[in-house]
Design a protein around this ligand. Structure first.
Ligand code: 531
Length: 363
């Protein structure tokens, strides 16, 4: 069962995947807050995500949330590796839902980029004497520069254990009232490290050929889909290209998206990059939209566009032109939790986004 590609809509059209309908095409992209203690959500996360639901977003995707302690980027990352982490997330999801948005979460494992300091503490790998921990990856190849720690090449048993961690995390997400689940397979983290020949030098059946490099993600996706209810959407964020010759690229992303669609994935969230340091990326307004457009057209699967989407008319045109089904905003939502309200008024569609009654007189 999958959603049909909707006719070109506009930024404020509803959007349905399986049993879940978004009130508009605007999503809050998962943004790390590095503000948890032992992975537990707190008042910061309640305020941060609640405010953006009040501001009118249709979809609120909570930050990359680690499925295992060693899968955190930093000690401050969110986690869902333990049952006591569920209720704090459930409290946030109840507020988000009460405010009319759909509560989502991105579950993740940081692979060789794990065990790092928070960005405002420099972002470098932590020494063993600084609270760092052993890190895992497909191969014993470091990311590089300030993330120079050499990871342990995962055994088949560790691959199976991490896959089981994603399945267990999926059960906890359901218990927490999550209604939309995203697997993080981008930005140089574990799944992406398996996909890319620039990080995956394995010689077993998890490395080498395209089929082998997608195996860990595809098998885990199938296992997650089996336990995630049929009525709820499952999405995958990809780095659609490494921007490096010989690396992962858009052609492979198209083929992988076909396989993910067949495995029951409902939407591809199209980002790029971050497999290696210091790669030249042609960053600009909507620079990743072409990936969303291509995958949507060639695979016939809904897509989300993300990356330097800031302007209401820009976002509206991405949807109206049928280049993507959703726009996800990150930094713009750091600047303005009420961006959807402001965008509606900027586009002469003031009634399209309804504020909470407490805020109505200001809009
Ligand atoms: C940086 C980033 C944004 C867009 C493309 C590549 C990298 N983000 C990625 C975040 C962590 C914070 C930095 C995640 O994907 C978890």
């Amino acid at each position: 069962m999958s959603s049909t590609i909707t006719e070109p809509a506009d930024l404020f059209s509803p959007f349905t995947l399986r049993s879940i309908t978004l009130r508009n095409r605007i999503g809050v992209s998962p943004m790390c807050q590095y503000s948890s203690v032992d992975g537990v959500a707190n008042d910061w996360h309640l305020m941060f995500l609640g405010a953006r639901a009040a501001g009118g977003a249709g979809l609120i995707i909570a930050e990359a949330t680690a499925v295992a302690p060693e899968g955190r980027i930093t000690p401050g990352d969110a986690g869902i590796w333990a049952d006591h982490q569920v209720e704090p997330i459930a409290r946030i999801n109840r507020l988000v839902k009460q405010l009319g948005a759909v509560p989502a979460i991105q579950i993740a494992h940081a692979g060789r980029k794990a065990s790092a300091a928070r960005p405002w503490d420099g972002g470098a790998h932590l020494g063993d004497d600084e609270g760092g921990w052993p890190i895992l990856a497909p191969s014993a190849v470091a990311f590089g520069e300030e993330l120079g720690k050499v990871p342990h090449a995962m055994t088949l048993g560790e691959i199976a254990r991490v896959q089981a961690d994603f399945v267990a995390a999926t059960h906890r997400c359901l218990a927490a009232g999550v209604e939309w689940l995203e697997l993080h397979a981008a930005h140089g983290y574990l799944f992406h490290e398996f996909l890319s020949p620039l990080a995956n030098q394995r010689t077993d059946n998890y490395g080498g050929s395209f089929e082998n490099r997608i195996r860990f993600l595809l098998d885990t996706t199938r296992a997650v889909r089996t336990v995630w209810p049929d009525r709820l959407p499952l999405t995958v964020r990809l780095s659609c290209t490494d921007w490096v010759p010989g690396g992962w690229d858009a052609d492979q992303s198209v083929e992988l998206s076909r396989r993910l669609k067949d495995a029951g994935v409902d939407l591809i969230d199209c980002s790029s990059g971050a497999i290696l340091p210091a790669v030249r990326i042609p960053v600009g307004p909507g620079f990743q939209v072409p990936f969303a457009e291509r995958i949507r057209d060639e695979v016939g699967i809904p897509t989300a566009a993300v990356g330097l989407i800031t302007d209401p008319a820009q976002a509206d045109q991405i949807i109206r032109s049928g280049r993507a089904d959703l726009v996800l905003l990150a930094r713009e939502f750091l600047r303005d939790p009420n961006w959807p309200l402001r965008a509606a008024h900027a586009l002469g569609r003031g009634a399209a986004v309804v504020p909470p009654v407490q805020m109505a007189r200001a809009w």
